[in-house]
Design a protein around this ligand. Structure first.
Ligand code: 2NE
Length: 275
């Protein structure tokens, strides 16, 4: 694949190729744990991918293997910079800015596919969960650790996890903090498929290519519709935003704007009141 570097960052890698963006957490010595800077960089890259009208699919992954041979998608918040009120950034401000990133991934009208090799643990597990699709390598390990390390994600990390795997399983995952292999994750509906580590990126690209053949507006409306079912008023806002987009694209919608600009009353009489 002819990946082009979009911009150089300290904690992440950001590449693009034909219609596909690839965003990689690049802290393998920490099992790709995120600090506030990592999240700021991820947020910027995801915003860029959202704004780029040539990009339809984002592959989200973790750099690996580390020098010890182990792989990680992401091991959650970097505990070594966790202060009394959150993860401390370079200016000394405590943050939980990964929650902003979760909302961006969830609401952006592009398909985000997590490619998980090795550990997807803690806040890193929630990041794969929030993605539209997850392709796992056969060495993937999934789990939450919050109650072990004095943390929890009671937002999407709890409620959306329960939507995905069911209430009983979600409570088991959080209350016992066990680790689950790729096969177990597949059986509970937490991931979409399993491939070998060597095949992981190629499989992601293949899924992306199949999606890119489809109608962008159909895909974005479907993503918003799936979200709306779970996300209350924020989900409805997303879905309705798509209705507004489509309405702007009609002659009927354009007539209102045109009449205003021409300082005349709008004439909607030629447009039918469809059944
Ligand atoms: C991921 C896991 C299970 C891997 O275990 P293993 O044995 O393969 O590796 P090891 O030796 O634990 O880790 C390798 C190096 O990475 C660092 C370790 O400290 C170690 O460093 P050195 O000793 O070589 O210097 N490392 C790994 N994860 C880290 C982390 N999250 N923060 C800082 N350094 C980390 C194992 O490493 C593990 O259990 N990691 C911790 C997982 C965890 O508890 N994450 C935080 C959950 S809370 C959270 O993410 C969160 C939230 O709950 C709510 C909102 C936002 C975030």
């Amino acid at each position: 694949t002819n990946w082009q570097t979009v911009k150089s960052y300290e904690d992440i890698l950001y590449h693009k190729t034909d219609g596909i963006a690839k965003i990689t957490i690049n802290r393998p010595h920490k099992r790709n744990a995120f600090r506030p800077k990592t999240v700021f960089e991820l947020y910027e890259a995801f915003c860029d991918a959202r704004e780029d009208t040539t990009i339809g699919v984002v592959l989200f992954t973790g750099y690996g293997p580390h020098t010890d041979g182990k792989y990680a998608f992401c091991s959650g918040g970097d505990q070594s910079v966790r202060g009394q009120a959150g993860y401390i950034d370079d200016e000394g401000t405590p943050r939980l800015n990964v929650l902003d990133l979760q909302r961006l991934i969830r609401s952006m009208p592009k398909v985000v596919i997590a490619l998980v090799a090795g550990y997807a643990i803690g806040g890193g597990h929630v990041l794969h969960l929030i993605c539209d699709l997850t392709i796992a390598a056969d060495n993937a390990v999934f789990g939450q650790t919050g109650p072990k390390v004095g943390s929890f994600d009671g937002g999407f990390g709890a409620s959306y996890l329960a939507r995905v795997v069911g209430q009983k399983k979600a409570r088991e995952i959080w209350f016992l903090c066990r680790q689950y292999n790729a096969q177990q994750a597949l059986e509970m509906g937490l991931i979409n498929t399993i491939v070998s580590v060597e095949q992981l990126e190629a499989e992601g690209i293949q899924w992306a290519k199949e999606i890119l053949e489809k109608s962008p507006i159909a895909i974005r409306c479907l993503k918003a519709a799936f979200n709306a079912d779970c996300d209350g008023q924020a989900g409805l806002q997303e879905l309705a935003g798509n209705a507004t987009l489509l309405y702007y694209m009609t002659l009927e919608g354009a007539e209102g704007k045109q009449a205003f600009l021409e300082k005349r009353p709008p004439n909607f009489r030629s447009f039918p009141w469809l059944p």
